[in-house]
Design a protein around this ligand. Structure first.
Ligand code: GRG
Length: 308
């Protein structure tokens, strides 16, 4: 089968449905182990933040990277991969708070602070950060990975989630509101706010699946992650500018918050063009390293063609 036939044969909706089921099951196991460690008044807020919908893209990317390297699904990669979703869940819980984006609705439901109050979300979200790392440590141990590999996994997640990555990007976003950012500033902001955790998703799968930490294939997965990370954000900006609340599951907010966006900078067509180019770069990074993964190829396309 040539690569275009293989691509046509890849059923991304069916793949996503099956992978989401794997992720939901692993999240159920994670919550059963971790919720008893969280303060009682924060548990319902955490449960809502983690279990209410979502595309589950980050763990799916992590599992796909691991499996592209020949790792078997039986090895427990989904348990490791949901550490990323726990960080993602906390980031959305905090992002929606009144002192951040002040959003009452996400994924078609009232946001956790609207239901459980701000203190439960601030503390529950903070608890999730360390619980996610604890879960990564435990699940990588259960996979039988070496101490060196497990330390590296922790380092990758901590750096992506923290000041150098997502939190730093959020700070640039917040203090950039009301100011017209240029392309370089926007790329810097989003490669940290959105891109860092997406890139870490690929890196965690690669580090877990590769025989040594400095294996050259690792950089190919990271390049793929950086490219789809930006493409994902550009697609998000296009959706915010073109879709309505019902389709998005949340109110479009970029204009109201006076945020700089790729659409403001490039127009809808220009933004779509750049996103398409980035998808090409992501696929090329894998192909150049000889990595064959119909799933990752299809996921790169999905990142820019999704409708929510
Ligand atoms: C510490 C108070 C405090 C705040 C920090 C870190 C942080 C808040 C926010 C992170 C910024 C953030 C929300 C980044 C992610 C941006 C993004 C594109 C989210 C949407 O991701 P999807 O579409 O969401 O994958 P689903 O709903 O599918 O899970």
């Amino acid at each position: 089968m040539d690569s275009s036939t293989a691509e046509a044969a890849f059923d991304i909706p069916a793949f996503l449905r099956a992978e989401r089921r794997r992720v939901e099951a692993a999240l159920g196991r994670a919550l059963a182990a971790l919720l008893p460690l969280a303060p009682l008044p924060t548990r319902d807020a955490i449960r809502q933040g983690v279990t209410t919908g979502g595309k589950r893209l980050r763990p799916i990317l992590c599992m796909a990277a691991y499996e592209a390297l020949g790792g078997s699904p039986r090895h427990g990669i989904e348990d490791l991969a949901v550490s990323l979703e726990l960080i993602h869940a906390y980031s959305l819980m905090h992002d929606d708070l009144p002192c951040m984006d002040d959003a009452p609705l996400r994924r078609g439901s009232p946001t956790p602070h609207m239901v459980h109050g701000e203190p439960a979300v601030v503390l529950g979200g903070a608890a999730l950060i360390s619980l996610a790392h604890l879960h990564l440590w435990r699940s990588s141990g259960a996979m039988g990975l070496s101490h060196t590999t497990r330390r590296e996994l922790l380092r990758v997640l901590a750096r992506a989630a923290g000041a150098e990555g997502m939190v730093g990007g959020q700070a640039l976003d917040l203090w950039g509101e009301g100011r017209a950012l240029g392309r370089a500033e926007l790329d810097e902001l989003h490669s940290r706010k959105t891109g860092a955790l997406l890139t870490a998703s690929l890196e965690l799968g690669a580090v877990a699946g590769l025989p040594e930490l400095d294996h050259p294939a690792r950089e190919a997965f990271a390049s793929y992650g950086r490219a789809i990370g930006l493409a994902f954000q550009i697609a998000d900006d296009v959706l915010d500018a073109t879709a309505d609340t019902e389709a998005l599951g949340k109110a479009p907010s970029d204009a109201a918050l006076e945020k700089s966006t790729y659409v403001a900078l490039l127009g809808v067509d220009g933004a779509r063009l750049v996103a398409g180019r980035l998808v090409g770069e992501a696929r090329a990074a894998l192909a150049d390293a000889g990595i064959e993964s119909p799933a990752l190829e299809a996921l790169a396309d999905y990142v820019v063609t999704r409708d929510r």
